[in-house]
Design a protein around this ligand. Structure first.
Ligand SMILES: Cc1cc2nc3c(=O)[nH]c(=O)nc-3n(C[C@H](O)[C@H](O)[C@H](O)COP(=O)(O)OP(=O)(O)OC[C@H]3O[C@@H](n4cnc5c(N)ncnc54)[C@H](O)[C@@H]3O)c2cc1C
Length: 390
């Protein structure tokens, strides 16, 4: 079987690795010219932790984990208004026990793919046409090839989804905000805490521990759909105070700036013929739902297992993939109460409400609600797929 995977982020390499263990080779085509750095820490929770354990990667991931001890809301002078330690909710709260920089997780996954996986950077699909026996693909480089199966693991703005399923507007919902992540120098006083500051006008700034000597900044602003750039971001964040002026100074030269809308992706059926979607391309709750990486890792495990278990019958494999994963994904992409408005309130009064509700999260009745929100990471019974090699 020849499998083409579009997208070399998290879902793509995870799938390639599992396919390799089942004895199936794959080609990963990534639009970027080199592995993309960047992204804040992402967490690996619930069933996803079990998947990386089955991959034998838990130790490699732990070795690169960021020591983050909790999240605190601060006012413009840095005073803590509310805090949640990483040990709350059994280590599965807003800050989870396994927090790793997205770029580091992508590197661990890439480093462990077998020799049967071909990585092509700097190319992308521009056309595909399928019949009952395969998919003909044309790449931007001019190359044409035929594959048995094509997997769209190319993120929220998936090209595979656009080519095989339809226009982005049918599947991607703008949630009313834009967010950015980029590296800044370590301010030296984070003490392993993730600090977040809300300012009126739906603006949020965050600063999280990262690699030694650095921190990860995030800047978010509410807005209807519009063109965005670093300049627009700087304009919207002007006057926020706290540590934002230093962040904006670092933004100008940041070489790993990720800037995009906060969006939710919903696709009712993840397969069309021999083309299937995986990770953010097919299901994404946005960073607010906070489970994107876990969904991608578990999705890769199930998709590879079902492709191997249904040789020569991708339709049966894709049906089983959706059946196994459907409920877990539905729960995983659900937004937390209040959505963007609760995360980035407009007024000083609502910012005070946000701090108060964060203080109450550890007490009943909010504690039960939050436990349910975090508990959704467990909502799948992982099948044991027999692998050819471990
Ligand atoms: C640079 C970056 C930083 C991120 N930072 C965070 C973060 O801090 N917090 C968070 O919660 N989530 C972040 N995300 C999203 C997060 O990685 C995903 O939600 C999750 O891990 C699922 O991964 P994925 O592989 O499905 O999608 P992604 O990680 O988005 O990977 C998709 C990959 O496909 C590639 N691609 C896109 N279009 C094409 C194309 N036409 N052809 C070929 N390749 C294509 C992209 O370059 C990317 O490498 C980030 C994503 C990126 C790309």
């Amino acid at each position: 079987m020849r499998v083409l995977i579009s997208g070399g982020g998290i879902a793509g390499p995870a799938l390639a690795q599992w396919l390799g263990r089942h004895g199936i080779g794959a080609t990963i085509v990534e639009r970027a010219a080199a592995p993309r750095p960047g992204g804040q820490t992402v967490d690996i929770r619930g069933a996803a932790r079990c998947v990386v354990e089955r991959m034998g990667l838990l130790a490699a991931i732990r070795a690169r984990c960021v020591d983050e001890r909790g999240v605190a809301l601060v006012d413009s002078s840095g005073r803590r208004l509310a805090e949640l330690g990483a040990d709350l909710f059994g280590g599965e709260g807003i800050v989870a026990e396994l927090e790793i920089l997205r770029g580091d997780l992508a590197a661990v996954l890439r480093e462990h793919v077998g020799p049967e996986v071909e990585h092509r950077f700097g190319d992308r699909l521009v056309a595909l046409a399928q019949d009952e026996r395969g998919v003909d693909v044309r790449f931007a480089s001019g190359r044409t090839e035929r594959f048995d199966v094509v997997v769209g693991a190319d993120g929220v703005r998936s090209a595979v989804r656009r080519l095989a399923f339809g226009p982005e507007r049918d599947f991607v919902r703008h949630l009313g905000a834009y967010t950015s992540y980029f590296t800044v120098p370590d301010p030296g006083d984070l003490d392993h805490w993730f600090l977040m500051h809300n300012a009126p006008g739906g603006r949020v700034a965050g600063l999280r521990p990262a690699r030694p000597g650095t921190a990860m900044a995030s800047l978010t602003f509410t807005s209807p759909p519009r063109p965005v750039s670093r300049e627009v971001l700087a304009e919207r964040m002007a006057g926020v105070g706290w540590r934002v002026p230093a962040m904006l100074a670092a933004l100008r030269d940041a070489d790993d700036c990720y800037l995009d809308a906060i969006s939710q992706v919903r696709v009712e059926r993840w397969a069309r013929g021999r083309v299937v979607l995986l990770g953010d391309a097919g299901y994404c709750g946005s960073p607010l739902a906070g489970q994107g990486t876990s969904l991608a890792l578990v999705g890769a495990y199930v998709l590879a297992g079902e492709l191997a278990g249904n040789p020569g019958d991708p339709a049966a494999a894709f049906a089983a993939y959706q059946r196994e994963l459907g409920h877990y994904v539905a729960a995983g992409i659900r937004l937390p109460p209040g959505g963007v408005r609760a995360f980035a309130p407009n007024s000083a009064a609502m910012i005070a409400v946000r701090a108060a509700s964060m203080r109450m999260m550890t007490r009943p009745p909010l504690r039960a609600l939050m436990s349910r929100q975090f508990g959704k990471a467990e909502r799948i019974a992982l099948k044991d797929y027999a692998v050819a090699r471990s």
